[in-house]
Design a protein around this ligand. Sequence first.
Ligand code: SAH
Length: 367
Amino acid sequence: MTATVFIMPCLRRKMSTEMMKDIYDLTKTELGERLTDMGERPYRAKQIFSWLHERGASSFDDMTDISKDLRKRLKEEFIFGGLFLDTVQISKLDGTRKYLFAMEDKALIEGVRMKYRDWSTACISSQAGCAMGCRFCASTISGLDRDMTAGEMAQEIYLMERDAGNNISNVVIMGSGEPLLNYDNLMRFIDIITDPDGKGISQRNITVSTCGIVPGIRRLAEENRNGGHLQINLAISLHAPNDEKRKKIMPVAEKYGMDELMDAARFYYEKTHRRLTFEYALMAGENDSEEDARELAGRLKGLNALVNLIPVNPVRESGFRRPERENCVSFKNKLENFGINGSIRRELGSDIDGACGQLRMRKGKKS
Ligand code: SAH
């Protein structure tokens, strides 16, 4: 006897999409292999990859130089994009745009597009939420929801371009999440967006920011692409000059101490010869004294390092205060007197909670 199981139509779609892969998540090589298995010519991979990652197709039917039959077979096998634009907020101060995106499973993430003279930078998320627990950061308050796929990360850029024009040339992975704890998807994402047959973003225009995941930094230093080391920029979120102070604000410091972190940073520099950036959110009375500047400079001596000073952005739950502007400038000058380059980051999107550490995975909540 056979039992008949009734599946509601909405569940049926959910079940089938759960099993279907997002076509944006495939590298060009993987797409080529799949198309070959489907009996197609290899050059089709280039065409389709370009529609997805360069020409901004919004559905399979936009791919007018692909036969109807192949489009139909692709629709049966893949979903076309698993990231959806929910809302955009535009800063009245500087034109920065903050985006709320939803994923296929309804998980939410935010990204920010910053406008400069004739180019734009996309600040994208790598995880929905974050498990790291940094005390000054809004993205971690509700914990980690899930890793993002490479395809979802790439679509953050493409949906921003569809919204406000196609001039994103720089990408910083500084939205919610810890990219080095989503390592394989991060590398796949880098391979996809740097592919010259797609978006073709230069590795030198990509910055990965980490709270200091030592094994991830070492692994990144050893990566090889086209016979050479990676040329991306690495930013390390330090925020304190020693372990004692760091542990108070960043739980990750319990796991990876400063000595180990500095060794990994040095290793990265030796392998890649890329200048390192250290992020340092200035918090009044916590990490902004002359002694802090001296100790920090001592730590960074000999590394070709730039310290990015960010007056801490307000997050309702955390209560850290930013120092007065003149104290930030004086901290920077002290660092320079001790031989370390510093710059105070220009603040963008502050009226829409779009600044560092203010991104969340919820709708319309104020920091
Ligand atoms: N997990 C990664 C990337 C996400 S955070 C990392 O920790 O680097 C991106 C940057 O914003 C990090 O340097 C982070 O420490 C910083 N940040 C977080 N909250 C902030 C806040 N309230 N004010 C200023 N910078 C903040």
